[in-house]
Ligand binder design. Structure first.
Ligand code: NAD
Length: 342
């Protein structure tokens, strides 16, 4: 049986993570769940004493576990505050591929289909967090890009394309300006694509944003890959196209560890109100179940989530309904249980 460390996180985190855990439980998942604390709320409770949002006891549980699940966590944008929980864990466990599969739902975007997977290099780039002050009025941030980092992300993206029957990939760069860093990224994207017979094209980030807005259908059935910050932004743009950031699930994959999480943040504006869409977190949980060997449960939850979103009777306000977080999760759990019984 797999052992998973679960951090509920901040803001809407506890609401959506509890919803996800209840769906897994109701579907009969045998995953052993160990709850631990991480995030800015526990850091504040602890009188801001620690240099990190992740207490030592949590780090020890994460190391003991086979994988982990992270609820959204707030990162305070002030000098001296700890580094983001997600960035810290991606680097600590070398989780180089942040994968965000995105797909439209017929009820939300009638007649418009977009199914793509966003692959984001997650250990380097501008998120390396190497910043320095240059005198009182200037500061520098380093955008670190290595061939190894690009190669393994590109290999993972092309393996996904091959495994999911996707024939093409789009590498998002700004190589006309960032000739060296994006030069390496583009070389590795071409190599990895050629090795698997995938057609790859390069689109500059500014044009990509525009193309996604005016003609998103051209990216249906493709894998999109990019460096850390570029793909963080582009995948949020795609989330808007499919209907809500509350629908985008993700996994952070390394060679020997995985962390599952929704793509969205802690949404302080709606925290504690029962209005958060739990779908992204529930789908991330379904992926975790599949990763832990419970393919039937993961598949049933995925199917049930699509059904509930497309029916539209028990969905949250961001996708046109009036259900609460727990009502939507309950509807998904019932549909998933029904499908497992069949
Ligand atoms: P956000 O994703 O938290 O919220 C952006 C908007 O989307 C808000 O209007 C919010 O209400 C809405 N939203 C987000 N999730 C939703 C859901 N499940 N259902 C319905 N609506 C939802 O992004 P932000 O406001 O830029 O960031 C808030 C905090 O979250 C920041 O501290 C940021 O650092 C953190 N953050 C954490 C992660 C992570 O844990 N991986 C990711 C992004 C942002």
């Amino acid at each position: 049986m797999a052992r998973v460390a679960v951090m509920r996180g901040d803001g809407i985190g506890p609401e959506v993570v509890d919803a996800m855990l209840s769906v897994l439980r109701e579907c009969g998942s045998g995953i052993e769940v160990v709850m631990c604390e991480a995030g800015s709320e526990q850091w504040e409770k602890n009188s801001r004493r620690d240099a990190t949002y992740i207490p030592d006891a949590t780090m020890a549980e994460l190391e003991r576990a086979d994988a982990c699940f992270k609820g959204p966590t707030t990162t305070l944008p002030v000098p001296g505050a700890p580094r983001s929980v997600a960035v810290t864990l991606r680097q600590k466990f070398d989780l180089y591929a942040n994968i965000r599969p995105c797909s439209t739902y017929e009820r939300l975007t009638p007649g418009r289909r977009l199914e793509c997977a966003c692959f984001r290099e997650a250990t380097e780039g501008l998120y390396s967090g190497v910043e320095s002050q240059v005198g009182p009025d200037a500061a520098i941030a380093i955008r670190k890009v290595t061939r190894r980092g690009c190669a393994r992300l590109a290999d993972a993206a092309m393996a996904w394309a091959e495994g999911h029957g996707m024939k093409s990939a789009v590498a998002i760069t700004k190589r006309n300006i960032l000739k060296r860093t994006d030069g390496i990224f583009w070389e590795e994207a071409q190599r990895a694509a050629a090795e698997r017979g995938i057609k790859v094209s390069e689109v500059y980030i500014d044009n990509m944003a525009q193309q996604l807005v005016v003609a998103p259908g051209q990216f249906d059935g493709t894998v999109l890959l990019s460096t850390n910050l570029f793909m963080d932004i582009i995948s949020e743009l795609v989330s808007g196209l499919v209907g809500s950031i509350g629908l985008i699930h993700s996994a952070n994959m390394g060679d020997s560890y995985a962390m599952f999480e929704a793509a969205h943040g802690s949404a302080p504006d709606i925290a504690g109100q029962g209005r958060a869409n739990p779908a992204a977190t529930i789908l991330s949980g379904a992926w975790m179940a599949e990763h832990a060997g419970e393919a039937d449960i993961g598949g049933a939850i995925r199917g049930a989530t699509s059904l509930v979103i497309n029916e539209g009777r028990s969905v949250t306000a961001d996708i046109g309904g009036s259900a609460s977080t727990s009502q939507m999760a309950g509807a998904i759990a019932s549909a998933a249980r029904a499908s497992l019984r069949r």
